[in-house]
Design a protein around this ligand. Structure first.
Ligand code: G16
Ligand code: MG
Length: 218
């Protein structure tokens, strides 16, 4: 029986991807790396330095900068990003998700957050959701990010549940791979072809309810 839920943040709870995109795109322009929709999609769920490496690689510049320069680029992107997310309010929670989290709290299901974002505590605070979760995995303590299973393994540990009693919610292929590797039930939100590895698929967040999940689990 399912007793807990491990939530990705960006793309599941709120759409911070649009702000990541603005900030990364700005950096890519400075570095003369061509921005493409494929590059944009591939950055979903990937941690900050990993994202920077993928952008540099896309432009054939993976060996063009020192580690110190790369850290400077990542810090510059993050400053810009934090400015963009500082105006978030509870109205920025994706459709249906506030009601779903309320439903989980009311019915005694436990919920945790498995986000690659070091800004997750700040974002949850802005959205008024901090108290709805048992805990948040601290991505700074991970050995490997998504698609490695570690982050979703830790999210189940926070819930104090075995992985098979946990549903992981994700909008990115790297995240679905992490959930599957952790031995949890994977729930993909978005394009079913991108998220083909997910156990359950929902087209958008508004469809995510306990009743709809139960119907698909049959
Ligand atoms: C999010 C985004 C990624 C971002 C990562 C790290 O992951 O999807 O694009 O690079 O967090 O964010 P930050 O730079 O704030 O630490 P998730 O796991 O919430 O989808
Ligand atoms: Mg995501």
């Amino acid at each position: 029986d399912i007793k807990g839920f491990a939530f990705d943040l960006d793309g599941v709870i709120t759409d911070t991807a649009k702000f990541h995109t603005v900030a990364w795109r700005h950096l890519a322009e400075q570095l003369q790396v061509t921005w493409t929709p494929e590059l944009q999609e591939s950055l979903k769920g990937i941690d900050r330095m990993g994202s920077l490496e993928m952008i540099l690689q896309a432009g054939g510049k993976e060996n063009a900068y020192t580690q110190a320069e790369k850290e400077g680029f990542a810090a510059w992107k993050n400053e810009h990003y934090v400015e963009l997310i500082s105006d978030l309010t509870p109205d920025d929670i994706l459709p249906g998700i506030a009601a779903f989290i309320q439903e989980l709290n009311d019915k005694g299901y436990r919920a945790s957050v498995a986000s690659a974002s070091k800004n997750a505590p700040f974002i949850l605070d802005r959205l008024g959701l901090t108290d709805s979760f048992v805990g948040i995995v601290d991505p700074a303590t991970l050995h490997a990010g998504k698609p490695d299973p570690e982050i979703f393994v830790r999210a189940a540990e926070i819930l104090n549940l075995p992985p098979e009693q946990v549903i992981g919610l994700e909008d990115a292929a790297a995240g679905i791979a992490s959930i599957n590797g952790a031995g949890e039930v994977s729930l993909g939100i978005g394009d079913a072809t991108v998220l083909a590895a997910a156990d359950l698929n929902f087209a958008n967040t508004a469809e995510v309810t306990l009743a709809n999940i139960a119907a698909k689990l049959d």
